[in-house]
Write a protein that binds this ligand. Sequence first.
Ligand code: SF4
Length: 404
Amino acid sequence: MRKTKSAQERFRESIPALLRWYEYNARVLPWREDPDPYHVWISEIMLQQTRVEAVRGYYERFLSEFPTIRAVAEAPEDRLVKMWEGLGYYSRVRNIAGAAKILCERYDGALPADYELLRGLPGIGEYTAGAIASMSFGICVPAVDGNVLRVYARLTAYRDDIRAESFRRYVRENLAAAMSEADEATDERSAPGTSLPGRVNQAIMDIGATVCIPNGKPHCDVCPLAHLCAAYAEDLTGEIPRKAEKKARPVERKTVLVIRREGRVLLHRRPGKGLLAGLWEFPNVPDWRTSEGAKRSAAEVLAAACREDFPKDGRTAGSSANTPRMRAHRLADCRHVFSHIEWEMRGYRIEVDEGSADGSDGTFPEYAAGRDVPGAPGSEYVWATAEELSGVYGLPSAFQYYKA
Ligand code: SF4
């Protein structure tokens, strides 16, 4: 009778199979041509939550503007955010900036060849540290992400939630042991960029992206691990990996105000903490507004933007006498999904007549700030030209639709 393989055997035997497959099937990616630690770092951070094809252009533009870690450390934050525009999860680029400053202060502007030191840098977690350490420095450490968890859950027919920390630890430990055994057994001496740990980690990334795919049926017929795979043998590939149900995301409705005056558009900087912290946005207010409601909100925003002390002369807030002359055009509705919340947005383009919104003719409502308006004390507004909107101010993806 044929003996069933233990999980440890499956981990161990997967390493030579992965290496053989990778030799002929590795994806050609710009950051693999030159596994400089800085390049691997930037590519791995960009690839978090983002497809490879979407990352290529960003990666090349980012490195051409910031060719060194020192260039990142010295760059203005707004410029870094602008270069990240559309990639989302902007805390990633802020962490890169914070880590770059630390690297310049402590390590002469270079990433250290030490897994634990890498992990101590802002925004560099276990996976990214593992990727940089193995791919750039040849250190024998796994880089465990969702791809790795999925492949090894199938390989070992693991039937519980793969997001559990205990499973992550189990995979990390077994993969580290298997890699280290294979690394010690090899007498091949390779350059850091092509070291055994680097190739194993990249092979699993590629298998996870192209063969043992996350959505849809895995391509077991061309998989180099099929002979080791318990899920394939037991016809469980449709049920594994198992993920516990996530809670439904709350939905927020918003009205987005694209306020234009004399060829410029009004932008607001979001608060320094919380979702999209410190990024520029089109002013927006909670809930969906009618066209008249949108104009009233726009008048409040304009008042806040001008930071005038408005006369407390008893005028009725929002009355037509106090409202700048403006026209509202309804734009299409738009939905944006964040990791933990969804926005359902209704947009209005608000055209403000010349001379009616600079505060000089007393046309504002008397309530400048407070309520729902993004204009609490300390907030920041700018009137941006079309060139500034495309070249200077980084707008999060959620607002890109209303940029056109
Ligand atoms: S045999 Fe199929 S399920 Fe198993 S690792 Fe390969 S692609 Fe994934």
